[in-house]
Write a protein that binds this ligand. Sequence first.
Ligand code: BES
Ligand code: MN
Ligand code: ZN
Length: 497
Amino acid sequence: MDFAIRSDNPEKYRGDCIVVGVFESRKLTEAARVLDEAGKGHLGRIVDQGDMDGRANTTLLLHGISGIDSKRVLLIGLGKEEEFGEKVFLDVVRTIFKALQPTGVKDVGLYLTELTVKGRDVAWNVLQTVILAEESAYRFDRLKSKPEGRQPSLAKVDIGITDTSTAAAVETALQQGLAIAHGMKVTKDLGNLAPNICTPSYLAGQAEEMARTFNLKFSVLEEKDMEELGMGALLAVARGSHQPAKLIVLEYHGGKDSEKPVALVGKGVTFDAGGISLKPAAEMDEMKYDMGGAASVFGTLTAVAELKLPINVIGVIPTTENLPGGNATKPGDVVTSLSGQTIEILNTDAEGRLILCDALAYTERYDPEVVVDIATLTGACVVALGHVVSGVMGNDEPLVQELLQAGEQTYDRAWHLPLFDEYQEQLKSNFADTANIGSRWGGAITAACFLSRFTKKFRWAHLDIAGTAWKSGKEKGATGRPVPLLTQFLISRANKH
Ligand code: BES
Ligand code: MN
Ligand code: ZN
């Protein structure tokens, strides 16, 4: 999809459709008023008749109004003017693209980007609009023998801006929005792909291809390398599967040589059946998304490379299946991790932390500035926070604040959970240095506590994205989160120096 910023008057917009807003009750926005004037009061009359009263997310599509150059006018209800905030704005933009879908509209001019959204600026409105436009066109039909339903016709989105003083900020927002949207698509595609196709080897292949496209450094550890290094925790998870585990490293070099890299470590369990601690059958297919953290590292690196950010970033992706094969790890097995700490595996379904602890210990040798791991780690995090925000924990308050802030800025929000020492007690083992699970309570936190035992040598934060990386139900699919948060985090860091 193409995007452009336009500063001509709405009545001069000569596309397939122009979109203007109406507040409740029946109040035309400035752009709608200008358009109405050009159309000799046509819009006003329709609104007065009661066909559009401005209730949020109602739409009315009009055709061939004389005096207006655009072939169609889409009126969109914006709700009460004093309640026009972030959520309403985002819902309204989503509604617009949905309303356009059954039409043949190829190019659309949006004239509501300059509306004041409480607490936000025009650049934010533009960035979100770009992301939502790309999202509305997203399909995952490569596994269908023939495409279903109507293919999206929308190819061009013009964003009308009259206040040219914001032009530079708006242009930057457009580029960042596009990069984030492209990164989200990469993340969604990997997440949605069937787990018989998206295996650890497939991810390694994708990483290699990405390295070629963006000129990144690529390396991969095979199981024999892991054995030599002593990655007993990662290997313990891989034992039940016939697919070989991999540890992928991608290095993006946009900053000075002397600058330490930001490390992103993504959980890449391409299918989590639970291992011997087998999961129930219902909805088990959704455990193909258990590589959402890894997928978000791919997506974020795509966005970073596209924006050519002046920063060094490395992506570390431990990837394996978690299956109950005859050779699988059993509850009670004790393994030695790369860090030297021994782990009693009491539940083989707590596998994410096992592959991450070795990946985190391995990341040490890249001398990172900060380390952020991203993982669909616990059902407990979904119980605590639902599907709205990701959980964030860490050993460095400023880093946690940076991530929260990046999430707030992009509306890909996260929430800080406590990592108090009291929770560590749950991880005591009678037979090894540490157990891999705690009690039933505070599961998202005890998982992070486990990771914290392997991150003592650097500033570290953990994002639990179990609730945010994908949607269940009718609209089942990967969401592309937390690519906006992570990309913004890196944009902000790159801007600082
Ligand atoms: N991949 C799951 C976490 C998960 C569960 C993500 C539901 C999304 C939805 C993880 O590997 C897991 O199985 N965690 C266990 C940990 C438990 C055994 C301590 C869980 O959350 O039940
Ligand atoms: Mn599991
Ligand atoms: Zn898992």
